[in-house]
Design a protein around this ligand. Structure first.
Ligand code: 13P
Length: 235
C-alpha cells in the first residue's frame, strides 16, 4: 500500500529532518514493505538516505528561469527529488491553478519520469448537487492527464473533507473509488481527514490503495501508526 503524508506549510527543516529520521527508523525496525511518501514544505527538502520517498508539494514546469516564488527542476535535482504532488485542492482553489496549468506541469514532470501524485476531488456544493454532477466535475479534473502514465498515483480528496474532520462514509469512498478506477488503473489513494482512528478502516476499503494524510500526519508517531495499519492489512 501507499501511505503518504502532505506536511503542507508545517514543520521546519530541522523538525522535518527529525521527523524523517524517526519515520525511516520505524519503517526499518518494523521491516515495513509499504511505499511511504512524505511531502515536506519546500524549504525542508533535503537529501535522503532511508526508504521514505520524499516528494515536493509543488514545482513549476521549468528547469530554471524567471518565475518568482517558484522552484523548478534544478532545485529539485539538488536533493534528488523525483516525486511531485500535482493538483492538490489547496493549489487549485487557494492558489488558483487551472486545469490547463496543471496539465502543463504534469506533462513536464512526466517527461522527466517523475512519480506524480495527482489529486482530484469535489467541493461541497458539487457534492450536494448529486452523483452525476459530482462525477462530471471530477472527470473534468482528468482532462489532459495521461491516466496510463506508469509512475502515476491518483489521490481522491473531497475538498469538503480536507482539514474539516468530516469524511465520506466508507461505502461512499468505495463507490467513488470504484468509479474512478474505471478512469485509470493507477494506484488510488484516499485523502481528507484520515487519522489514526479511521486509517485502518479506510485502508481496508476495496479499491483504496493507500492514503494521503494531512494534519494527522504531523505527529510522526501517529503517521507511523498508520504505516503500521497498512502493513498489518497486507499480512
Ligand atoms: P487533512 O488530512 O488535514 O484533512 O488533509 C488532507 C490533505 O489535504 C492531504 O493532501
Amino acid at each position: 500500500m501507499i501511505v503518504s503524508a502532505n506536511l503542507k506549510t508545517n514543520l521546519t527543516r530541522a523538525t522535518t529532518d527529525k521527523y524523517l529520521e524517526e519515520l525511516n527508523k520505524f519503517l526499518n525496525d518494523t521491516s515495513s514493505s509499504q511505499e511511504v511518501i512524505v511531502f515536506p514544505a519546500m524549504t525542508s527538502l533535503n537529501k535522503q538516505n532511508g526508504s521514505v520517498i520524499v516528494g515536493t508539494q509543488n514545482a513549476y514546469a521549468t528547469r530554471n528561469g524567471a518565475f518568482t516564488g517558484e522552484i523548478g527542476l534544478e532545485q529539485l535535482e539538488e536533493f534528488g527529488i523525483k516525486t511531485i504532488l500535482i493538483g492538490h485542492s489547496e493549489r487549485r482553489h487557494i492558489l488558483g491553478e487551472s486545469q490547463e496549468e496543471l496539465v502543463k506541469k504534469f506533462n513536464f514532470y512526466k517527461e522527466l519520469g517523475f512519480k506524480i501524485v495527482y489529486c482530484v476531488g469535489e467541493p461541497l456544493e458539487v457534492r450536494k448537487a448529486g452523483d452525476e454532477d459530482m462525477m462530471k466535475y471530477i472527470s473534468a479534473q482528468y482532462k489532459g492527464i495521461d491516466t496510463t502514465y506508469k509512475n502515476l498515483i491518483i489521490a481522491y480528496e473531497p475538498v469538503w473533507a480536507i482539514g474539516t474532520g468530516l469524511t465520506p462514509t466508507l461505502e461512499d469512498i468505495q463507490k467513488i473509488h470504484t468509479e474512478l478506477k474505471e478512469k485509470s488503473s493507477a494506484p488510488l489513494l484516499y485523502g481528507g481527514s484520515v487519522k489514526v482512528a479511521n486509517a485502518k478502516d479506510v485502508l481496508a476499503v476495496k479499491n483504496v490503495d493507500g492514503i494521503l494524510v494531512g494534519s494527522a500526519a504531523l505527529k510522526v508517531e501517529d503517521f507511523c501508526s498508520m504505516c503500521e495499519d497498512a502493513q498489518k492489512l497486507e499480512q
